[in-house]
Design a binder for this molecule. Structure first.
Ligand SMILES: [Fe+2]
Length: 323
């Protein structure tokens, strides 16, 4: 395929592009195309490819594997149909509130509205890139929002940037924490349970662009390492309020044959709800990433994401230091 035939249209000034003029079923097998999408993601964080009606499950899965090791995140033990049972499509999780003709759930999930969040932050190695492939939507088409956490960090007051640069938060587990109703009404877990979990930096390094970005636990009652409950809560409320006011946002109502891939480390996403009686079906594929790198860490510089000139400069400095 020819990359130059692809049309690129911004979805907003600061986040997201739409690309058209190709068939993903064919393009997905082209290494140049995968590199092209990676470059777009490094800059724009979200890439929408509408009208992909020919995409086969195995191709969708193998395309996503170019963005990291695939992770099977299907819920265990709920007898959902998903796409199939073969190894060739085993990493596709169906997100749906629908029920199949035999009474089995089509996939995992429900029709609830969801708050801003990044997937899998309580994990030691959270997911990096995630794909959606819309197969069916409800008559009321819920919008999925994406927000740049690079911009959210960039627009913080300098005093706040300085104050949070070296802080870490404990990302404790809280069941269904992304649902709006549970986020509003769910009681806090006891402090000792909120003290358990992996800790991640509040300011994380975006390796593809070497920029700082905010990285927040979804629960506002999470604990900042070394801080008390009240001060932790106040800071996380302040930071989330800032994020919610960030202008680097898109809101897209997914329709059938939309394929969308996003950088889960550098964005948060949310979702509108829809009537429970209407079925929506999305395929969802996740790839693993890296243990979040603190932006403040300058010891043993991580060269991932640097361009060739920057790598040469660091190498030269190191040679000089050893001389
Ligand atoms: Fe999510």
């Amino acid at each position: 395929m020819t990359i130059s035939n692809i049309q690129v249209t911004p979805l907003s000034d600061q986040i997201g592009v739409q690309i058209t003029g190709f068939d993903l079923e064919t393009a997905a097998k082209d290494e140049d195309f995968a590199w092209y999408v990676k470059r777009l993601l490094a800059e724009h964080l979200v890439v929408l490819m509408p009208g992909q009606s020919n995409l086969k499950p195995a191709t969708a899965q193998s395309f996503h594997s170019k963005f990291g090791d695939l992770i099977d995140i299907k819920r265990q033990g709920n007898d959902a149909l998903h796409v199939g049972t073969g190894d060739d499509v085993n990493f596709i999780k169906v997100i749906s509130n629908g029920i199949g003709p035999n009474g089995r759930p089509l996939g995992d999930g429900n029709s609830s509205a969801q708050i801003w969040h990044s997937d899998t932050t309580p994990w030691e190695v959270p997911c990096s890139f995630i794909s959606f492939y819309c197969r069916e939507t409800s008559p009321v088409k819920p919008k999925t929002g994406f927000l740049s956490m690079i911009e959210a960090y960039r627009t913080l007051p300098q005093a706040t940037k300085d104050g949070i640069m070296k802080l870490r938060a404990i990302h404790h587990n809280y069941s269904r924490q992304i649902e709006v109703k549970i986020a509003r009404e769910g009681a806090s877990l006891p402090l000792e349970e909120r003290m358990m979990g992996f800790t991640h930096p509040l300011v994380r390094r975006h390796l593809p662009s070497n920029q700082p970005m905010l990285y927040l636990p979804t629960r506002r009652d999470s604990i900042i390492v070394g801080w008390n409950e009240k001060d932790s809560r106040n800071l996380l409320e302040e930071l989330w309020t800032h994020v919610e006011g960030c202008k680097a946002v898109i809101a897209h109502a997914m329709v059938p044959d939309d394929f969308l891939i996003w950088d889960n480390s550098a964005t948060v996403h949310n979702r509108e709800g829809w009537p429970e009686e209407d079925t929506r079906v999305m395929w969802h594929i996740s790839a693993g990433g890296e243990v979040p790198t603190p932006f403040a860490s300058q010891k043993g510089k991580n060269v991932a994401g640097m361009n060739v000139e920057e790598i040469k400069k660091v190498a030269k400095e190191n040679v000089g230091a050893m001389a």
